[in-house]
Design a protein around this ligand. Sequence first.
Ligand code: PMP
Length: 439
Amino acid sequence: MAHVFPRHTTGNLPLAVRGQGAYLYDSNGKSYLDGSGGAAVSCLGHSDPDVIAAIRSQLDRLDFAHTGFLTSESAESLADKLVAHAPAGIDRVYLVSGGSEAVEAALKLARQYMLEIGQPERTRFIARRQSYHGNTLGALGTGGNLWRRAPFDPVMVSASHIAPCYEYRDRQEGESQESYGQRVANELEAEILRLGPETVIGFLAEPVVGATAGAVPAVKGYFRRIREICDTYGVLLILDEVMCGMGRTGTFFACEQDEVAPDIVTIAKGLGAGYQPIGAMLCSDVIYRAIETGSGFFQHGHTYLGHPVACAAANAVVTRLTEGGLTDRSAEMGGYLMQALTAEFGDHPHVGDIRGRGMFRALEFVADRETKMPFEPELKLAARLKAAAMENGLICYPMSGTIDGQRGDHVLLAPPFICTRDQIDELVTKLSISLAAVL
Ligand code: PMP
């Protein structure tokens, strides 16, 4: 253990030894309700017998086949399943090992597509402030989290950033949701025109913002206007559903609720549900054909693309989410979670907003509800809430995000879809006790 390079080099972490349903257990026998599914990963909970059986049976037949030489049944059937539930026009699947890899593949595919169609001058990406797309240099470069970017800025792919769609803080008094959505979406058009439309490859966004802002969905109409703008200027729409996809928001893909189809979409986390590291980048037939009829080769790749065991696990996960009804359960139990959070925290003097979709919810904390003033960073609210929750046997995901340069705090909740109402009540009670200990 002492040789594992931990996330934080100070402090000792509990030793996880077992997982069952919505709970994790440490070596002292203490249980933790997995209220954030790790980081929105464990959508099925722990020790799911179907997924474990699928992994075992795959290992008995085939451990690995390098995709440079062979494809595998589990990769092919996973791709078929994903396409069957994908947004309109999306019908090719590139299987990787996680979220950052999926985003890197998306960025490179988008660039190569522009080369294939004879538009080499397109070299720029536009993304949004207050976004997170992964920790590798391309994904980090497009992401808009200032704190995560700062040390690496000089060595990253650069992107320009427009405002996020963040109703709680940015919709003005008297402005309708509709016109707010159009106003912020139009920032994309202004940025494309500023850069020169012939230089822009794509626009990258999370349909429901995860880690940096805490389950922030766009208002109705925002993404439809974004789609329109992308189409007008030949810019690709790349949606990052690494956190919000795979039933997390109550639909298989989050963008279904925004009534848009992207050109490229990335998924991970819930796809492997924690049982295997796997992610995917899905793209439209139009993009695929441009490569097929052009150079005939996507100039990218990793050793573990389409790993058969990871794909077998993901097949079982996707079956549970679709045929097994767990995506619908995410919608239903997510509604209950929202109700329970509103009942407990609706009048809390330091909870400014309660939001999200399905089993993807967040509370945003403020020093003052009237002014929406965030807490001072010195309070270290996120770190203290996390510690208090762990003490109380709850895993939740508090974060200090950036609110367009300012500091802000929220807690993200992303429990397994299998949670019962009692477990959701337990989550809310433990969160309330933990919050009372730090505020
Ligand atoms: N995109 C989004 C929206 C994410 O939330 C994350 C992870 N939090 C990533 C990409 C990166 O995924 P991974 O950590 O699997 O590389």
